[in-house]
Design a protein around this ligand. Structure first.
Ligand code: ARG
Length: 571
C-alpha cells in the first residue's frame, strides 16, 4: 500500500524544501504542519531558519517560494510562512480514487505487518455488578483493537476476566445463605447474592473469614469448590457474551485471572531471587524502597493466597512468551494507576527488557450512566436502556416522516449502540465526563446517531440515483464546499495513525464529526430541497457529485466501523 494522499504531499513538500535548503528531509518534515484553511493545506514556518541564518523570516519564505516546485501543489510565501495548496487536480481525483479503491479499509495501511500488539480490555468480574469502567474499557479497547488491525498489526485481544480471588468466595458462601439453587444460571441473581454477601462481610468478620477460606480452598484445588466456581463462571460468561455479540466484539482470547491458578510460583520465585521479598505480618511483600504512604506490593497474603498483582505478573510473562509482542496494552481505569505503576515497577526491577513495552492505557470516570430502573447491574442494562430510548425516538421520527424503516426495533438497537459508543469515544480518553442519555441519543450535535444519520443520507441519495458511476470528471468539483469536504475525507488515514499511536479514539471520532459537518454544509447549502445539490440536471456534474457523495459514504462507514459503531443504510 502506498503512502496516504496527504502524507505523500507532505513528504514531497518537505523534500523540496529540504533540497532547496540543502538539509536532510527528515529535519524538515516534522516542521511541515497543516496550514490555516485560508492559507492553503500545508505550511512551513521559517522562524528557526531565520534565526540560524540571521535573516528576516519573510525574506527566507519569499526566496523558498521561488525554488520550491512540487507537482500538484501551489506554493506561496505568506509573511514568514511558506504555504502550499493542493491544486484542484490531481488532488481531487487522487483523494476520491483512493477512497473508492480502498473502500471500507480506507484509513488503514500495512505498516504494522509482522508486529503484534496485545490488548487487555473489557475484563469484567464474574458474579459481580459491572461498573462504568467495564463499559469504557470494552468500547475503548475494541476501538484500539480495530485501529491496530486496520494498520496491519496482529492483534491479540484478551478478555482478562476477574474470575479468581476472594470476591468469588463471597458469592459462594453468600449463595449458601441467600441463593436460590434453581437460579444458578441467572447472572442477575448472582449479582444480588454478591451484593448481600459483600455487605454482610463488612459487618461480620466471621463471614468474611469464611469467604476467604472458600477462596483458599479453591486455590488448594478443592473439587467441590471449583465445581461451583465453574458453574457461576459460566453463567457470567454467557451473560457477557450476549453483550459482546451485540457490540460485534470478538476476543482472540478469553482468559481470566484463573488462567494463572497454580502458575504463579515461578514468578514469585524470580522476584524473590532477583528483586528480593520479605515477610510482613505473615504476608509476602516485594522488597523495594517504597515512597512514604505507598502501600507495599503484596505477592501473597498471610494465608498463602495470591493477589491481583501476583496474577498480573504471571500473565505478563506468559503473554510475552506466547506472543512476542511489540506492545502490550492494558485498557483499564485511571483508578488502577497505582496497581499498574507498581506492577510495571516489579517487572522493571526484574530486569526484563520487555517491561518497557507495557502501557497502562488509562481512562477517566463516567458519571450519570444509570438507567431508569436504577443503577447498572449488568453490562446488558446500558445497552437495553439505549435501545429503549432510541426506539421512542425512532417511532417519533417515523410518525413525523423524518425517517423510514421496516424494522424499527433493529434500527433502535443500532442507534442505541451508536449513542453509547460515540457518547464515550468522542471524549478524550483520560478525562472524566457525565453521560447524558438525552444528548447522546440526539440526531443533532456531536452524537453517534447524527453520524449514522449523515451516513444513511449519503446512502439514500445514492440509492435514489442508482449509485455512483465509475467514470466521472473530477475537475467539475470546484465548489468551495466540495473542496472543503475533500480536505476532511483525506484526513482519515492520519487520524487513524494518530489515534493508534496515542491510544486516542477521540481523534477519529472528531474527524468524523468534521466530515459529517462538511458534508451537511455541502449538501444543504444554497437550497432547501434536500437532494438537489447532488441530483442536478447536468449529467456530468451529477456523476461527479454522486462520486463525491459515495466517497463521503465510504469514509463515514470506514470511520464508524473502526469506532465499533453500526452503519445502517437507511434511517
Ligand atoms: N477485572 C479488573 C477489574 O474489573 C480489571 C482487569 C484489568 N486487567 C488487568 N490485567 N489487570 O477491575
Amino acid at each position: 500500500m502506498s503512502l496516504p494522499v496527504y502524507a505523500r504531499y507532505r513528504a514531497a513538500f518537505a523534500g523540496a524544501i529540504a533540497e532547496a535548503l540543502g538539509m536532510p528531509a527528515s529535519d524538515v518534515e516534522p516542521q511541515v504542519k497543516p496550514a490555516e484553511p485560508a492559507h492553503g493545506d500545508l505550511s512551513f514556518a521559517t522562524f528557526a531558519l531565520a534565526k540560524a541564518q540571521k535573516k528576516a523570516p519573510p525574506a527566507i519564505a519569499a526566496a523558498l517560494a521561488q525554488q520550491v516546485k512540487v507537482p500538484g501543489l501551489e506554493v506561496k510565501a505568506v509573511g514568514p510562512y511558506l504555504n502550499a495548496r493542493f491544486t484542484l487536480l490531481p488532488f481531487t481525483a487522487e483523494t476520491i480514487d483512493t477512497v473508492r479503491t480502498e473502500g471500507l479499509s480506507f484509513g488503514g495501511g500495512d505498516e504494522g505487518r509482522g508486529k503484534t500488539v496485545v490488548i487487555d480490555y473489557s475484563s469484567p468480574n464474574i458474579a459481580k455488578p459491572i461498573a462504568f469502567h467495564h463499559i469504557r474499557s470494552t468500547v475503548i479497547g475494541h476501538c484500539i483493537a480495530n485501529l491496530y488491525r486496520a494498520l496491519g498489526w496482529r492483534v491479540e485481544g484478551i478478555n482478562y476476566l476477574g474470575d479468581w480471588g476472594k470476591q468469588f468466595g463471597l458469592v459462594a458462601v453468600g449463595f449458601h445463605e441467600y441463593g436460590d439453587p434453581a437460579r444458578k444460571d441467572d447472572m442477575a441473581h448472582l449479582v444480588e447474592v454478591y451484593v448481600k454477601a459483600n455487605a454482610r462481610a463488612e459487618q461480620e468478620p466471621e463471614f468474611d473469614a469464611r469467604a476467604r477460606e472458600f477462596f483458599r480452598s479453591m486455590e488448594a484445588g478443592d473439587v467441590a469448590a471449583l465445581e461451583l466456581w465453574k458453574q457461576f463462571r459460566e453463567t457470567s460468561l454467557r451473560n457477557f457474551e450476549r453483550v459482546y455479540a451485540r457490540l460485534g466484539i470478538h476476543f482472540e482470547h478469553i482468559e481470566g485471572e484463573s488462567f494463572y491458578q497454580g502458575r504463579m510460583e515461578p514468578v514469585v520465585e524470580e522476584v524473590g531471587q532477583r528483586v528480593g521479598v520479605k515477610e510482613s505480618q505473615g504476608a509476602l511483600i516485594v522488597d523495594l524502597p517504597y515512597a512514604e504512604n505507598e502501600p507495599p506490593i503484596l505477592l501473597k497474603k498471610a494465608d498463602g493466597s495470591t493477589l491481583y498483582v501476583t496474577r498480573d505478573l504471571a500473565a505478563a510473562v506468559d503473554r510475552h512468551e506466547r506472543f512476542q509482542f511489540e506492545k502490550s496494552l492494558y485498557v483499564v481505569a485511571t483508578d488502577q494507576a497505582l496497581h499498574f505503576k507498581q506492577f510495571f515497577r516489579v517487572l522493571n526491577a526484574l530486569g526484563w527488557p520487555f517491561a518497557s513495552k507495557l502501557t497502562h492505557v488509562n481512562f477517566g470516570r463516567v458519571h450519570g450512566m444509570s438507567t431508569r430502573k436504577g443503577t447498572l447491574v449488568l453490562l446488558d442494562d446500558a445497552l437495553d436502556q439505549a435501545r429503549e430510548l432510541a426506539l421512542e425516538k425512532v417511532r417519533q421520527n417515523i410518525q413525523e416522516g423524518r425517517i423510514q424503516t421496516r424494522d424499527a426495533e433493529a434500527l433502535a438497537e443500532q442507534i442505541g449502540l451508536g449513542a453509547i459508543i460515540f457518547g464515550d469515544l468522542k471524549h478524550n480518553r483520560t478525562s472524566d465526563y457525565t453521560f447524558d442519555w438525552e444528548e447522546a441519543l440526539s440526531f443533532e450535535g456531536h452524537t453517534g446517531p447524527y453520524l449514522q444519520y449523515a451516513h444513511a443520507r449519503t446512502c439514500s441519495v445514492l440509492q435514489k440515483s442508482g449509485g455512483a458511476p465509475k467514470a466521472y470528471d473530477a475537475s467539475l468539483l470546484t465548489l468551495p464546499e466540495e473542496q472543503a469536504l475533500l480536505r476532511e475525507l483525506v484526513r482519515l488515514p492520519m487520524a487513524v495513525r494518530d489515534a493508534a499511536e496515542q491510544y486516542e479514539p477521540s481523534l477519529v471520532a472528531r474527524l468524523l464529526l468534521d466530515v459529517a459537518a462538511a458534508f451537511s454544509r455541502y449538501f444543504t447549502a444554497g437550497n432547501q430541497d434536500r437532494d438537489k445539490r447532488v441530483l442536478v440536471e447536468d449529467e456530468a456534474l451529477r456523476a461527479a457529485r454522486l462520486v463525491l457523495t459515495d466517497a463521503t459514504r465510504i469514509t463515514l462507514a470506514a470511520g464508524l466501523t473502526l469506532l465499533g459503531i453500526p452503519t445502517p443504510e437507511s434511517m
